[in-house]
Ligand binder design. Structure first.
Ligand code: ZN
Length: 348
């Protein structure tokens, strides 16, 4: 895929919610010669603007934080207890490598009780986050000198290509960051009338926090959020449970647990996709929320919609997306921008 090295870098950079400095600085660097203006607000949201000639404002957003952990306690032997930041499925942590971002980056492994020592009852029980600890292999004194309570911890995994698919940690939501970066580069070449703000938000995974303040500041007329969604198109799934399927196109969000996308924006996205032969699928996500909701409700509200990249194994260590869906996402955003300023938006 074009830009795969950029995506690998985006996925590798650490950035649990509230600790997004490394990923934010990297994105800022990518946009510094492209955007008309770049700002970072108090919470750490990054805003890259295209000035435009119109009074109307379009906000495009993608969250830059990733799920991870935080050091909670270091015991006498140097083993680390942690709390999750964002929604983790505990069973996916077994035997994973992580990176503890202390005074320097330290690799650790997620340890738990070996199978031999589990009682019959324990073997039948799903593991809990509290059953795990992190083992760095270092002597306790060294752990204590390098690591403090509150240090962030991220997953350790390399990006690989698997046929038409891409497999990596943190594709939620770095794949959308990639989409937004690529889109913004093209926007600047198109030089549209609309004022456009490419916003890279913080703290989405802990409750859509960054999007709230930044949308209030920008007060957009229109907003399109980019995030990942569940693709449960796997063995054992019933067709009505899949939410989305890999390779079937960009998902146009109709609703999730946090938002009912504006029906007009949903229609515009569908029409533009169909008109431009961009493969799309409709998304209804019964649980889980996105920044779309925070943006829709900020200030006086705005006409908000969202597109989602179908993602298998989401919120695990090895998330997977299809490169054609990613490309369709970029194409749909670009094709929608010109339409937004051309149509009548009254309720009808
Ligand atoms: Zn996400």
């Amino acid at each position: 895929m074009e830009g795969i090295e950029l995506l690998a870098k985006l996925c590798a950079l650490p950035g649990i919610s509230g600790y997004e400095t490394a990923i934010r600085n990297f994105i800022k660097d990518q946009l510094k010669d492209i955007a008309d203006k770049i700002e970072v607000d108090a919470m750490g949201n990054l805003i890259a603007s295209h000035t435009g000639r119109s009074t109307q404002k379009l906000m495009l957003s993608a969250h830059i934080d990733e799920i991870g952990f935080m050091v909670q306690h270091i015991d006498d032997e140097g083993f680390i207890r942690f709390i999750p930041i964002g929604g983790f499925d505990a069973k996916t942590l077994t035997a994973q490598r992580v990176i503890v971002h202390g005074k320097k980056d330290i690799v650790g492994v997620m340890g738990s009780k070996p199978i031999h020592l589990l009682s019959a009852e324990e073997r039948n029980k799903a593991p809990q986050i509290k059953d795990y600890f992190i083992d760095t292999g270092l002597p306790a004194e060294e752990v204590r000198s390098l690591i403090q309570i509150g240090d962030p911890i991220t997953r350790e995994r390399e990006l690989i290509q698997m046929g038409p698919c891409i497999n990596a940690k943190s594709l939620d939501n770095r794949i959308s960051v990639f989409v937004l970066l690529q889109t913004f580069v093209q926007i600047k070449k198109m030089n549209p009338e609309l004022q456009i703000f490419a916003v890279f938000t913080v703290q989405e995974e802990v409750g859509l926090r960054g999007a709230r303040t930044v949308a209030h500041r920008i007060a957009p007329d229109f907003a399109i959020n980019v995030d990942t969604t569940i693709a449960f198109d796997v063995p054992g799934a019933q067709s009505h449970e899949m939410v989305s399927r890999l390779g079937e196109g960009i998902a146009i969000k109709i609703m999730d647990h946090s938002v009912l996308c504006d029906y007009r924006m949903v229609q515009v996205l569908k029409d533009v996709a169909s008109k431009n032969q961009i493969k799309w699928q409709a998304e209804i996500l019964p649980s889980g929320g996105t920044d779309t909701s925070a943006v829709q409700l900020a200030g006086n509200g705005c006409i908000a919609g969202a597109i989602s990249i179908p993602t298998r194994h989401i919120h695990q260590v090895i998330e997977m997306v299809h490169q054609e869906d990613v490309k369709a996402g970029i194409d749909l955003l670009l094709a929608t921008i010109t339409t937004i300023s051309e149509i009548e938006w009254n309720h009808h």
